[in-house]
Design a protein around this ligand. Structure first.
Ligand SMILES: Cc1cc2nc3c(=O)[nH]c(=O)nc-3n(C[C@H](O)[C@H](O)[C@H](O)COP(=O)(O)O)c2cc1C
Length: 370
C-alpha cells in the first residue's frame, strides 16, 4: 500500500494522512486498520459507558493508534437536571415541537438515548475525562470547547492533544495552551460548524500556526481535496461525513438504518442545511423536514445548548427509533455528495488514498518555470 508521510503522521504513527471522526467503534477501528487513524466521538456516551467503547476499538486494533474526541462546550449548567430544565421550557417552543410530532404522526419514543436522558454538564465532561486520563487512548481531540486544565492533565499522562476550530479567533484563544495539533474545520463540515469555508480557513490557520501541525476538515470527501489540503500546508485531513454510509456504520453502536443511509446516498452537495434545531448551536445536517420546520417563519427561536436538546430530545429519539420520514436526519457535510453506494471503510479509504496520489501527481506534472 502507498504511504504519504508528513511530520504529523510520523509522530502519530500512521501510513496515510487521513484521520476519521466517527460515533461508531467499528468505523473507528476500521479506519486505523486501513492505515489512517480512527477517532471515536464520546459526546453521546455517559462516563460509565466510555471505557467499554474504548475497549471495543482497542479489541479490534491491538496496539495500533486511535483517538477519542470529546466535546466540552462552555456555559453548561451544573445545578440543573434534564427534568428541572424540562419543567421550565417556554410554552411556545413546547407547542411548536408538539406540533411537529402531530403533523408527521411521530409515535412515542420507547428507547433511552443520550438525547432524552442526558443534560450536558461540567460533571458529565469531567467524568468522561477521568476515563480518558486512565485509558490507553493515544490521542484526544476537543470538539466544541475545552479547558486549558483538561488539556494540561491529558498532556501530563502522555496523550497527543488537539482541538477543532472554525475561525482564526478560536485559534487565538488556543495558541498558548500546549496543544499538539489543530483541526481547521471549514463551514462545509457536517455537525457543529462555523461560517468560513475550508479553502480559506486552512491556509489562514496554517500561516498562524507556524510549527503547530494543522489538519484540514470540512467538505472533504475526494482525494483531490486531500492533495489540495496538503498543498495548502495541512499535515493531514480529518473527515466525518465520508464514513456515515459505510457498511461498518450500518451495525453496532449508533448504527445508521437503511432509510437514513438511502437519504445520504441520494443527497448532493446542495442538500445540507445549517440548523440550531437539534442542539441549540449551528449544526450542518442533511436537509430534511426537520431542518425545514426549524427554518420556517412560524418556528420559534431555538433555545441555547443544552436547553434546545432538553426540548427536542424525546422527539429526536422517536424520529430515529421509528425512522420517521421525512423528519429523519443526521449531521452531514457538503461532501455527502461522494457517498453514493454501500462501501466498507477500507474501500472508501483506498479510493481516497488513490485519488490523493493522483492529485499530487497531477500537480507535480504541471510544468513550472522559475
Ligand atoms: C454525524 C457527525 C457527528 C459529529 N459529531 C462530532 C462530535 O461529537 N464532536 C466533534 O468534535 N465533531 C463532530 N463532528 C464533526 C467531525 O469531527 C468533523 O470535523 C467533520 O465531520 C468534518 O467535516 P466533514 O463532515 O465534511 O467530513 C461530527 C460530524 C458528523 C458528520
Amino acid at each position: 500500500m502507498s504511504k504519504i508521510k508528513t511530520k504529523f503522521t510520523e509522530r502519530i504513527g500512521i501510513d496515510m494522512p487521513i484521520l476519521g471522526f466517527s460515533h461508531s467503534t467499528d468505523v473507528t477501528a476500521a479506519l486505523t486498520k486501513a492505515g489512517g487513524m480512527g477517532v471515536y466521538g464520546i459526546a453521546h456516551d455517559p462516563p460509565d459507558k466510555v471505557q467499554a467503547r474504548i475497549d471495543a476499538v482497542r479489541g479490534q486494533i491491538g496496539s495500533r493508534p486511535f483517538g477519542i474526541d470529546i466535546m466540552m462546550p462552555k456555559g453548561m449548567p451544573e445545578s440543573e437536571t434534564l427534568e428541572s430544565v424540562q419543567a421550565k421550557l417556554p410554552q411556545a417552543n413546547l407547542e411548536f415541537v408538539e406540533g411537529i410530532a402531530k403533523k408527521y404522526k411521530v409515535p412515542e419514543a420507547t428507547t433511552k438515548t443520550f438525547y432524552n436522558t442526558v443534560l450536558r454538564s461540567p460533571s458529565y465532561f469531567e467524568g468522561q475525562l477521568q476515563v480518558l486520563l486512565s485509558s490507553d487512548v493515544d490521542l484526544v481531540a476537543f470538539g466544541v470547547g475545552l479547558t486549558p486544565d483538561a488539556v494540561g492533565r491529558l498532556k501530563a499522562v502522555g496523550k497527543i492533544v488537539g482541538a477543532l476550530i472554525g475561525s482564526p479567533h478560536h485559534f487565538d484563544a488556543y495558541r498558548d495552551i500546549g496543544l499538539d495539533f489543530i483541526v481547521a474545520q471549514g463551514s462545509e463540515a457536517g455537525a457543529h460548524t462555523g461560517t468560513i469555508g475550508t479553502m480559506v480557513l486552512v491556509p489562514e490557520i496554517v500561516q498562524m500556526a507556524g510549527d503547530l501541525p494543522v489538519l484540514a476538515a470540512g467538505g472533504i470527501g475526494h482525494g483531490s481535496q486531500i492533495a489540495a489540503a496538503l498543498a495548502m500546508g495541512a499535515q493531514g485531513v480529518w473527515l466525518g461525513t465520508s464514513w456515515l454510509a459505510t457498511s461498518e456504520h450500518a451495525q453496532g453502536d449508533h448504527a445508521i438504518g437503511d432509510r437514513l443511509r438511502g437519504k445520504l446516498f441520494a443527497a448532493g452537495s446542495g442538500d445540507t442545511r445549517i440548523t440550531r434545531g437539534s442542539s441549540g448551536k449551528p449544526q450542518r445536517q442533511i436537509r430534511s423536514a426537520w431542518t425545514e420546520e426549524w427554518a420556517s417563519p412560524d418556528a420559534p427561536e431555538p433555545l441555547k445548548m443544552p436547553y434546545q436538546h432538553a426540548l427536542v430530545g424525546d422527539l429526536m429519539t422517536a424520529i430515529e427509533e421509528h425512522e420517521v420520514d421525512p423528519l429523519l436526519h443526521s449531521p452531514a457535510g457538503q461532501g455527502v455528495t461522494w457517498s453514493l453506494e454501500l462501501r466498507s471503510v477500507a474501500q472508501v479509504f483506498q479510493a481516497l488514498s488513490d485519488q490523493t496520489i493522483a492529485g499530487l501527481d497531477l500537480v507535480n506534472s504541471i510544468s513550472k518555470s522559475p
